[in-house]
Structure formats: C-alpha cells, structure tokens
Design a protein around this ligand. Sequence first.
Ligand code: NAP
Length: 278
Amino acid sequence: MNNSFIIAGVMGWPVAHSRSPLIHNHWIRQFNLSGAYGFFPVQPNNLESAIRGLQALGLAGCNITIPHKVNAMAYVDWVHPLAKRIGAINTIVVQPDGALHGFNNDGFGYIQSLLDAQPNWRADAGPIAVIGAGGAARAIVVSLLDAGATEIRVINRTHDKAEEFAREFGSAVFSVKWDAREDALTDAALLVNTTSQGMHGEPALDISLSNLPTSALVSDAVYIPLETPLLKEARLRGNRTVNGLGMLLHQARPAFQAWFGVMPEVGAALYEKVAKTI
Ligand code: NAP
C-alpha cells in the first residue's frame, strides 16, 4: 500500500440513493486509511468521458450502477471473463499502467449473503428456482452455476427471456413458464426473487409458496424494504430467509480490496448502519 490519498466512487444516474459511499467510507475509517469514496452523478451521454477520466484524475476506480452496468463494458480496456458471462460490470479498477479493468462482483455478493445465513449452504443441495431474467438474475445464475448448482429453473414473466437464459447458460438451466411458477417450487432447495416485485412502491411478487418445502432457503435481491412480502410469507411458514442487503454489502468487498488493498468483512456495525437508512 502506498501513502497517497486514494479516491473511488460510484457512477450512476441518478446516484444519490446509493448506499455504496456509506459502505466504503465505513471501511476507510475502520482501517484508518487515507482516502475517500464519493458520488459520481454521470448522465448516460457522459459515461464514456467519465470512465476515460478515471485514470486522468488519478482515481483508483469506481463502482458502476444503474443505468450504466451494461454500457460501461464498452469503455474499459479489459473485462473479467465472469463479468463477460454476466454481460455487465459493476466495478472498474484503474491498473498501475492506467488500463481500466472491469469486474462484476454482484454474484459474489449474492453467494456470500447465502453463506452468512447458512454457512453450510451448498449450490448442489437441490433444484433452485430463480424468478426473473434481468441483470440481477444473470449475475445470480452465473454465480450459482460456478458454485456447483446442478438444476436452475428460471421463471420469467416474459418467457422468451427465460428461454434465452436456458440456451445461453447450458444444460443445468431450464426455463419454466410463468403460469407454472408454483409447480417449479416443489422440491426446490432455494428460491430467489430477482425481479423488482416486492420493492417499496411495487406490488408483492405474485406467487404462492404452498408447494415450497419449508426446508428451502428463500432469498430476495430486493433490499428496500429489508423484509419483502415474499420474505415475510416465507418466514411465517418456517423457511429460512436472506434479504438483499447482504448481496449489496458483500459485493463491495472485492472492489474495496482492489482499490484500498484490504479485504474488509461485513460486520454487524456496518449492517446496522446501512439497514438504518432503509
Ligand atoms: P431488470 O434487468 O430490469 O430485470 C427486471 C426483472 O423483473 C425482469 O425479469 C422482469 O420481467 C421482472 N419484472 C418486472 N416487473 C414484473 C412484474 N410485474 N411481474 C413479474 N416480473 C416482473 O432489473 P435488475 O437490474 O435485474 O434488478 C432487479 C431487482 O434486483 C431490483 O429490485 C434491484 O434493486 C435488485 N438488485 C439488487 C441487488 C443487490 O445488491 N441486492 C443488485 C442488483 C439488483 P420481464 O422480463 O417480463 O420484464
């Protein structure tokens, strides 16, 4: 680690809602580092110049959030193979030679959040039902496959997108029609909602859990509110639940390590600090 002041931040539009500055600045203080993490509000038409400016400004890198995660890939010099498979980046690290490297840590964050809830969790414990086929689903499905999942049922309102998933991600991924979503829960070991349904201001995800074994883990990528209607229903019927905040907190860890040189943990103090803002 050198002694210079290290600066990183999050590029998004809008970006004021992002919890990333709270997370990274917590760790900067915890490790007594010399640095700061800020908000970078970047309109879509300025994305390329903002990314190209990282190196010129001497920044360590940045996170990339909505709506830039897919488009930003075109403006970095190298994309990690995992991020390529996901089709989006959420982190840029400026290399010592100035090259911009793109990563996607969302799937890492998701798997870590499951392990927090259930340290002996295994991806091959049984069929996995994934609701949704958007960006969050791509990160989650790729990381579940890499963790050893043997059967992933992708269920999406627009069935064509679920079929594309099954084609793209290979023989362990199956598409299920929206109307058959409840049948797909029978014998599932893990259910994950990757849609925006259940988010504050959105209706609850339209699904009955009556076919789901109570031994199944139920997780939600949504973290506002922390307990979505899906997670509440799951908890009340006896399923173990995992909210979306763990995914958000854990995805930040590898980026922080790349920029600041220390791999942080997600402790109770950080969890409480961020949860209080939700
Ligand atoms: P996205 O790419 O726009 O995908 C949205 C998905 O939701 C699509 O599959 C869409 O289905 C589905 N959907 C939308 N409205 C629906 C409805 N009324 N009924 C059923 N399905 C519906 O969005 P995303 O980037 O994947 O984000 C999805 C959620 O994940 C957001 O709430 C986001 O905040 C959350 N997220 C959390 C984290 C975290 O760190 N915890 C990280 C990333 C994202 P169609 O294909 O039919 O439109």
